[in-house]
Write a protein that binds this ligand. Structure first.
Ligand SMILES: [Zn+2]
Length: 132
């Protein structure tokens, strides 16, 4: 069984990480829907604000990929609720085209700027001002 290092030097099994990722994804959608007073099915893309049903487009995307978190010795970030975004397919593809360094910067920026889940930081503004 493969296991991956955490920031504090412990190891987590892949099964545990995958279980926690699923749990956190569900919690993320619940939390955002509750904060915005909308139905979970009416979740929209956090970047372009396109509303869609999760089943047909908007999905819960990792800002820093699970693979990156595992490989870089911070596997607990794979199930950090702040490492998730609801994105449509186009925005999901866009984030995957960015470097890990860029994605980490967006994660940190978002952490610092998010006060409540109904105050979503502006990705466009972030992207215009970052040099990674
Ligand atoms: Zn989008």
């Amino acid at each position: 069984m493969s296991s991956y290092k955490t920031s504090d030097g412990n190891y987590l099994t892949k099964d545990y990480i995958d279980y926690k990722v699923q749990e956190t994804k569900e919690l993320y959608t619940q939390t955002v829907a509750q904060s915005l007073h909308i139905d979970q099915d009416d979740i929209f893309c956090e970047r372009c604000k396109i509303s869609n049903r999760i089943a047909t487009g908007v999905s819960r995307s990792h800002i820093m990929s699970v693979d990156y978190c595992q490989r870089s010795g911070c596997s607990e970030l794979a199930f950090d609720i702040m490492n998730l975004e609801h994105l449509c397919l186009d925005c999901h593809r866009e984030i995957e085209s960015n470097t890990n360094e860029f994605r980490k910067s967006w994660y940190i920026f978002r952490m610092e700027h998010i006060l409540k889940f109904n105050e979503i930081p502006d990705y466009k503004q972030f992207k215009e001002n970052i040099n990674v």
